[in-house]
Design a protein around this ligand. Structure first.
Ligand code: ADP
Ligand code: GN1
Ligand code: MG
Length: 373
């Protein structure tokens, strides 16, 4: 699913923003929404805002999603202020449209929202040094703790069964069966790889169902590039991309971070010889995660950390291959086999995680011993 042209002037006047519109340009490398930085001149100063089109193919209930985002950003904002922090820099603020609604529907029916632009910051498309990944763990860990007392029953499910890997496998099987794109013939080994791991898919969902794992308010899309890092200090300052904040498991947030950040290569590296699971990145993230959140996690939320890394990688790989079979309708793609390339890096990572599972388990034990948890 790829981007459409944008009427900049219409959007610039849609939100309750002071100042004169100067320019707009696309930002970021997200796979889902269309994100722009809009610059306004107000009292001689440049002020930037993020104006973002929500992907309504992916998010079918934009109003319910907006309720979540407004609630969550307000909750976090309040805590930032209580802690003496800078709300314009450490959290997202939703700016209303001129009619007071927290969104704007444009003349073509597209659904837009407006946030503060986190200035003097950057997001990372890959882990450049292992210390940054430990910082990412603390940033996501802090985000979880800020939402620990959020009234979970008020949250809407923005994508039902988002990390329910059993349901993801069912979707994948349907994609294989339907073969809408006619591409199934190209990928029998890749399909078999995912189908043969069926028993892994139900491990976390059944523990959530039985109460063996607690349901928490989680981000659910803890990819490294959903953190803004300070340009001067390189510290993680703000978590963005709040569309998937929903009830979930802390294991989803941990595992999804490892999926992306414990790989030696980009998510879409074509040369699989360059793609390896990096145990040192796993170790750094686990240390940051347990230092930050360890004391509030249950035994199973710690014990299953290594497994969750594999599970989230398996799930995402299955989603990429499913989208390839469905004709690239969900994730943005730059070329015809993009989703297949992504699926293959995930297969390689899952294999290496399986080989490294005992080492990951020992790594967690050592970190626990050092931290006394
Ligand atoms: P997607 O759902 O498509 O991933 P995101 O909300 O993650 O969309 O935005 C895409 C990218 O835009 C982010 O990875 C980040 O680099 C940048 N971005 C998002 N929100 C902000 C913001 N408020 N300030 C600065 N940059 C942002
Ligand atoms: C998407 O939106 P973005 O690029 O942060 C996707 C995640 C996947 C990720 C894979 C709503 O994340 O679930 O893990 O791509 N987001 C949604 O890179 O489906
Ligand atoms: Mg994103």
């Amino acid at each position: 699913m790829n981007s459409k042209p944008v009427n900049q002037k219409e959007l610039a006047s849609a939100f309750a923003i002071d100042g004169v519109f100067e320019s707009a340009k696309p930002v970021g490398e997200g796979h889902i929404n269309d994100t722009f930085a809009f610059t306004f001149i107000n009292e001689g100063k440049k002020v930037r805002y993020v104006i973002q089109a929500l992907n309504t193919y992916v998010f079918k209930e934009p109003l319910l999603l907006t309720d979540n985002v407004v609630g969550v950003t307000r909750h976090i904002n309040k805590k930032i202020i209580e802690n003496g922090g800078d709300p314009l820099r450490e959290g997202l603020i939703v700016y209303p449209a001129r009619d007071g609604k927290p969104y704007y529907i444009d003349s073509e029916g597209r659904f837009w929202r407006c946030y503060n632009f986190i200035e003097n910051s950057h997001s990372l498309q890959s882990v450049e040094c292992v210390e940054d990944f430990e910082k990412a763990a603390r940033t996501f860990g802090k985000f979880l703790s800020l939402l620990a007392d959020y009234p979970i029953e008020t949250l809407n499910e923005t994508i039902p069964n988002f990390h329910n890997t059993v349901s993801r496998l069912a979707d994948f099987k349907k994609a294989v069966e339907d073969d809408i794109s006619g591409r199934k013939v190209n990928v029998p080994d890749e399909i078999e790889f995912f189908l043969s791991r069926e028993k892994d898919c139900g491990v976390v969902t059944s523990m959530l169902d039985s109460g063996a794992l607690p349901v928490r308010v989680t981000h659910n899309d803890t990819k490294l590039n959903n953190i803004m890092f300070d340009n001067d200090t390189n510290e993680g300052i703000c978590v963005v991309d709040l569309d998937t904040v929903m009830p979930g498991s802390s294991l989803y947030d941990f595992g999804d971070s490892i999926r992306f950040g414990a790989s030696s290569a980009a998510e879409d590296e074509k040369d699989l010889d360059k793609v390896h699971f990096l145990i040192e990145n796993f170790e750094a993230f686990t240390r940051g995660w347990l230092e930050c959140a360890g004391k509030s996690l249950t035994e199973n939320e710690i014990k299953y950390l290594p497994f969750s890394a594999k599970l989230m990688t398996l799930e995402c790989g299955m989603r990429f291959l499913g989208d390839y079979l469905n004709g690239d309708v969900y994730f943005k793609t730059d070329y015809p086999d993009h989703n297949l390339v992504r699926a293959r890096t995930h297969i390689k990572l899952v294999r290496e995680m399986e080989e490294n599972m005992p080492l990951m388990e020992v790594t967690v034990l050592n970190i626990r011993r050092n931290l006394g948890i």
